[in-house]
Design a protein around this ligand. Structure first.
Ligand SMILES: *Cc1c(COP(=O)(O)O)cnc(C)c1O
Length: 353
């Protein structure tokens, strides 16, 4: 079955963009006695790393197969996905347009700075409403198509059935590393927003389970949507992804789809005390740098599961570090909407000097 999957993957249009495999690092013990391991997708390359590099390998493979000469995507003001799409465009020589939330800033920072640096063309929707973003996306795409460009549209977060294939390959990569390191993790935990990462991992896991082998649980820590909103969508993406691979007979077990939506706090990109505490925990024990919108809340979900006794003493637990590094350098963390919220303790100490 796994051979079958690898064969199916090798037939998908793909361009190499990411630095793979990303390291699987051994970390310290968690407070409950399980051993932490960190899957470093923040080191995936492609303009400062992140999980989107995996999706973009297959999305850009499809763009190339369609003979597109232009990429367009959409995201929040500090979208990591948009930044990495611009980076992919730079590598592949494709003109890349990014439709972003908010107004054009006086000085671009974080992801916007890198997006500009790699030659991305930024368009600001003037607000954060999805309807505004979609309107601007349609306008820019129509203008480009009107001038004769062959545009490949990538939706928010790159979460299509094709993009999710990147995380089926990611799952296989992790399973190989676990085998090499003699690990049998009880869980893999990651931050989730559009569900593409989770869907790809679930699809990979389902194939592993078909072979009759035990597989780690996957816990997706939502940073924006309630579990009710995310679960159905994620299952549909995972099932669609298996279909793309010609494996529609593999079934996603509903019980295996775990979404923790207790870490969102007041909303998307608004920092939380638990997220900030998790950022400090990771920084001071392994020098892992987590952002406040995604990885910080994702890791807070892992620490919370540990506190609730989810992991046994002696278990191995993998935190999939999905990236987000550029947002760390935006004033006030990456909470563009709330610059006055309490920064992480490190920032306090710097100020106290
Ligand atoms: C996009 C992103 C996620 C979530 O990935 P999805 O596939 O959209 O659920 C998590 N962490 C970071 C840093 C991201 O940029």
């Amino acid at each position: 079955m796994l051979d079958h999957l690898e064969h199916a993957l090798s037939r998908q249009p793909r361009v190499r963009l990411a630095t793979l495999p990303t390291p699987l690092e051994r970390g310290p013990l968690l407070p409950g006695g399980a051993r932490l391991h960190v899957k470093r997708d923040d080191l995936s390359g492609l303009g400062l790393g992140g999980n989107k590099a995996r999706k973009l390998e297959f999305l850009c493979g499809a763009a190339r197969a369609a003979e597109s000469d232009t990429l367009i995507t959409v995201g929040a003001a500090q979208s990591n996905h948009a930044r990495m799409t611009a980076a992919a465009g730079a590598v592949l020589g494709l003109e890349t347009h990014l439709v972003l939330g908010g107004e054009a800033p006086r000085v671009p920072s974080g992801n916007q700075l890198i997006s500009r640096l790699v030659g991305g063309r930024l368009h600001f929707a003037g607000g954060d409403d999805w309807s505004l973003l979609e309107q601007e996306l349609n306008t820019v795409a129509a203008t480009l198509e009107g001038s004769g460009r062959r545009v490949y549209r990538i939706p928010m977060g790159g979460s299509t059935t094709v993009g999710a294939i990147g995380f089926v390959a990611g799952w296989i990569e992790l399973m190989c590393q676990c085998r090499e390191q003699g690990l049998r993790p009880s869980a893999v935990v990651h931050a989730s927003s559009t569900g593409g990462t989770h869907a790809g991992l679930l699809a990979g896991r389902a194939v592993t389970r078909m072979t009759g082998v035990d597989a780690p649980a996957i816990i997706a820590v939502s940073v924006v949507k309630s579990a009710g909103d995310l679960v159905e969508n994620t299952i549909a993406l995972a099932q669609g992804c298996l279909r793309e691979l010609g494996l529609s007979d593999v079934c996603i077990e509903r019980e295996a789809v775990e979404v923790d939506s207790t870490q969102i706090g007041p909303g998307y990109a608004v920092p939380t005390p638990a997220g900030d505490a998790a950022i400090d925990w990771a920084a001071r024990r392994g020098a892992w740098v987590l952002d406040r919108t995604y990885a910080g809340k994702g890791f807070a979900g892992l620490l919370d599961a540990d506190r609730q006794g989810r992991f046994g003493d002696g278990d191995d637990v993998v935190f999939w570090h999905t990236g987000g590094t550029p947002a760390v350098f935006v004033l006030g963390g990456n909470a563009a909407s709330q610059p006055e919220t309490t920064p992480v303790s490190l920032i306090h100490e710097t100020k106290r000097g």
